[in-house]
Design a protein around this ligand. Sequence first.
Ligand code: HEC
Ligand code: HEC
Ligand code: HEC
Ligand code: HEC
Ligand code: HEC
Length: 172
Amino acid sequence: MVKIKISRNQFLVLLGCTLVFVIVLIVVLRIVWGGVRQPIAFNHQIHAANDLECLDCHPYYEEQASSGRPTLETCITCHEEPLGESNAERKLIEYINSKEEIKWERLYDVPEDVYFSHRRHVVLGNIECSTCHGDIGESPRPPSKPIKIKMKKCMKCHEEKEVDNDCIACHI
Ligand code: HEC
Ligand code: HEC
Ligand code: HEC
Ligand code: HEC
Ligand code: HEC
């Protein structure tokens, strides 16, 4: 048998390298599996700080079931000429110049058989966006993975507000 002798310092260095390797591996796997990579690292915070309202880019929640997501048309109203010097904005202007729609990945998505209406909740129920979406409207970068609003959360609030909680209220 060959015995390998290592000093305490060598052991610590080895341990450190192993840790770094494992962390890098986890990060890479998260990106490859289940991660969301938006085409542009969109920054909600900057737009909120410049007094844009959610309605400016998500135009339907007062009238329809869906909130809607912005098309390139919306971005063009302000970004035809660059406002700053960021890479993210440069990328946006490339999309604008080539008239190519940006394919934003979906973050929130209920299953096909579940009915959800924004108008019902935001207008009639008077519920803030952040109650369901947290601070996404003020965050500096998109979340790294899709977010699930669980049935338990829907039902808990319905119970508190004495709204219909029959299966068929939500499952059509
Ligand atoms: C300047 C335009 C703009 C404004 C203003 C804006 N958003 Fe967005 N929003 C976007 C874009 C672009 C995306 C897609 C990129 C992303 O995921 O960040 C998005 C994504 C979202 C999503 C995820 C959509 C999905 O795919 O499921 C939510 C939720 C959202 N925004 C909420 C808000 C709220 C709440 C506000 C107001 C506080 C707001 N947004 C204001 C442009 C905007
Ligand atoms: C009503 C005007 C307005 C609209 C509409 C708008 N923006 Fe902006 N956007 C701004 C302002 C103001 C800034 C901040 C500029 C600065 O200070 O550099 C900004 C900054 C940005 C930046 C650079 C931020 C960074 O990360 O450095 C990007 C990228 C961007 N917007 C993308 C978008 C996209 C995508 C849309 C369409 C979904 C959009 N914007 C719609 C006004 C607007
Ligand atoms: C009661 C919870 C709730 C509230 C309040 C709420 N949302 Fe949503 N939102 C959802 C759910 C659930 C989905 C997924 C819907 C689907 O898959 O059809 C969603 C999806 C979205 C989407 C992406 C898809 C779409 O509908 O076009 C955007 C953008 C969005 N919400 C923005 C907003 C904004 C802006 C507000 C506030 C004005 C808001 N939401 C308030 C629960 C909520
Ligand atoms: C924070 C509280 C809250 C959350 C979370 C919530 N709801 Fe609601 N929901 C309400 C309120 C309040 C109403 C009644 C609004 C009105 O019409 O006055 C309602 C009404 C509804 C209705 C119409 C029910 C009927 O028959 O009258 C459906 C369907 C529904 N919600 C589905 C959902 C789904 C699906 C989710 C989760 C993705 C959800 N809700 C999450 C508060 C909530
Ligand atoms: C207030 C709205 C609401 C009510 C009421 C509700 N659900 Fe759901 N349900 C959801 C949402 C949203 C999802 C998707 C999110 C999740 O899986 O947690 C879901 C998911 C499910 C799923 C997973 C399969 C799928 O549809 O993708 C089953 C099974 C289910 N519900 C059964 C039921 C039964 C049985 C009842 C009645 C006892 C019920 N639900 C009542 C909102 C509701």
